[in-house]
Design a protein around this ligand. Structure first.
Ligand code: AMP
Length: 131
């Protein structure tokens, strides 16, 4: 009798960890982007579909899919995203009048790109609550 081969797939549990995203391709310079800031850990570039006069995405180079999938070891990196956004807001001259930071986590929040990112939005007044 012939035995059927079995193929096993091992996973560490994250539903998004293997997904290649457009942001990974921007980080690797395979796709164009208007890059506003970059260091060894973080990149920031203009959103392709801006929702405000200033709309920049602040992105860790580490491919963390969502905030929910970040680990305790990522705490300094998460803080750095806020710091870079703050520095950019000052650079754009919107720090005094105010700006909004948005982080969509998961599908009900409207996350569409599963590579963690912070939206820096400014240059207009925003309403609350958001839609
Ligand atoms: P989110 O809905 O929070 O996942 O946000 C994803 C954001 O990525 C959206 O605001 C998109 O407009 C933006 N986006 C998608 N593709 C690109 C791209 N190639 N360059 C810049 N921004 C992009």
């Amino acid at each position: 009798m012939r035995r059927r081969g079995l193929l096993f797939f091992w996973s560490t549990g994250s539903p998004h960890e293997m997904a290649e995203t457009v942001f990974s391709r921007i980080i690797r310079r395979e796709l164009p982007a208007q890059i506003e800031y970059e260091d060894e850990e973080v990149i920031a570039f203009r959103d392709i579909n801006p929702q405000a006069p200033i709309h920049v995405l602040v992105v860790p180079k580490k491919p963390i899919a969502t905030l929910d999938e970040a680990g305790e070891e990522d705490i300094p990196l998460l803080g750095k995203l806020l710091w870079v956004a703050r520095q950019l807001a000052r650079q754009y001259g919107i720090a005094e009048r105010g700006y909004r930071l948005v982080l969509n986590c998961g599908h009900e929040a409207g996350q569409t790109v599963y590579h963690l990112h912070l939206h820096l939005l400014g240059g207009r007044a925003f309403r609350w609550p958001p839609g």
